[in-house]
Write a protein that binds this ligand. Structure first.
Ligand code: MG
Length: 389
């Protein structure tokens, strides 16, 4: 029987996850068809993607960019949306069966929620959406697998490990972290770290924000929060292991003492393809994992006391409400400030800690409360950056 073609929209198509998603589409043209693409400001690449995949709808980051995109396209009839409302309407688009949400940062929350509310399958790579609005998203989703599938590699691994298990069989989840480029570096030298150094990740090739987050370990902090909401498990049962080889993506400890691990080469096409093929698996024909070549795998417990970004993530979960959103937004602004050389590397996590500490109200996380927390966090974080300069 010929498989039905799944129609997908890729929101964040010019970033690393978006580009890899389109590589999967090219590999499986009889199973996937692109009906929507959205990108921020990389118009040359977006225009090439539009010519190649011929979506019915496209969105760009800003309405001012529409004429420039049009001038690069042969077809003038294309429906071009823009800005945050453009992402939301693409996420709800009737044409699409599945939305791959691969934008980075807080812009992901509204399209993620819109896709779930419109009954779409959501393949979610944007972890900030879950960190900021985890409860809202999980309420809007009709269960993992049915409408929400994680793309983040550790969470994709856990999603696979958890298949067929019931929650009372689970003792703990382990997320692995490579430790980033500065794991073995003298902490006193970190104030001299440049954006270029922070962007060179030892295992994965990724976008700028997530690369800096990996260097501060905030990425793993965000992933702990992401796991808490996705798998509805108490934070105390989510552990982080530093695993520099990056081949074991996650582990699951069960009550009979069995520990299941998910291994694979560090290639995002594996979790992306699974989010598109689920519950089937497609032959990706990637290089095989060779454990003998690695000559060993090592694991080190990442205690939150030693890694301040992890400590902040657990304390945000402890505070609950809008605190995870404040953490995520303050971090986003701090990372931008570091990349534009306004603050030093160690200041990123210090800034997040400072802003979280100043957030006293902490109401429950409704969309309105998150929006208010966002305005407050932006203002507060900027004010602290100004004061520190
Ligand atoms: Mg990850």
């Amino acid at each position: 029987m010929k498989p039905r073609i799944k129609k997908i929209s890729v929101i964040g198509s010019t970033g690393s996850i978006g580009v890899n998603t389109l590589r999967i589409v090219e590999k499986f043209p009889d199973r996937l068809k692109v009906v929507g693409l959205a990108a921020g400001r990389n118009l040359p690449l977006l225009a090439r993607q539009v010519e190649k995949f011929r979506p019915a709808r496209v969105a760009v980051g800003d309405p001012l960019l529409i004429p420039a995109l049009k001038s690069r396209l042969k077809s003038k009839k294309l429906d071009i949306l823009s800005g945050p409302p453009g992402l939301v309407s693409l996420a709800r688009d009737q044409e699409a069966d599945e939305i791959v949400l691969a934008v980075s940062g807080s812009t992901g929350l509204h399209p993620a929620l819109a896709a779930l509310q419109a009954g779409k399958q959501l393949a979610l790579a944007n972890k900030e959406a879950l960190v900021m609005g985890g409860e809202l998203l999980m309420k809007a989703a009709c269960g993992l697998g049915n409408s929400l599938i994680p793309i983040d590699s550790e969470h994709s691994a856990l999603f696979q490990l958890l298949e067929g298990k019931n929650s009372e069989e689970i003792v703990r989840l382990f997320l692995t972290a490579s430790g980033g480029p500065f794991l073995t570096r003298d902490p006193r030298s970190l104030s001299r770290v440049t954006p270029e150094e922070a962007l060179s990740h030892p295992v994965w090739k990724m976008g700028e924000k997530i690369s800096v987050d990996s260097a501060t370990l905030m990425n793993k902090g965000l992933e702990v929060i992401e796991a808490r909401y996705l798998f509805q498990i108490e934070p105390g049962r989510i552990k982080v292991l530093i695993h520099p080889q990056g081949r074991v993506h996650a582990l699951l400890e069960l009550k009979d003492g069995a520990v299941l691990a998910h291994l694979g080469i560090p290639d995002m096409r594996i979790p992306i393809a699974y989010a598109l093929s689920y519950p089937d698996r497609w032959p990706l024909r990637l290089p095989a994992l060779s454990l003998p070549e690695l000559k060993g795998l090592t694991f080190l417990e990442a205690r939150p006391q030693r890694f301040p970004a992890l400590r902040l993530a657990y304390s945000a979960l402890d505070a609950a409400g809008t605190m995870p959103a404040v953490l995520s937004l303050a971090n986003e602004i701090a990372v931008e400030a570091f990349l534009s050389r306004r603050i030093s590397f160690p200041r990123i996590v210090e800034l997040v800690a400072w802003v979280m500490d100043a957030w006293k109200e902490n109401p429950a996380a409704s969309l309105e409360a998150i929006a208010a927390a966002e305005i407050w966090t932006r203002r507060k974080t900027e004010a602290v950056i100004q004061r520190w300069r």
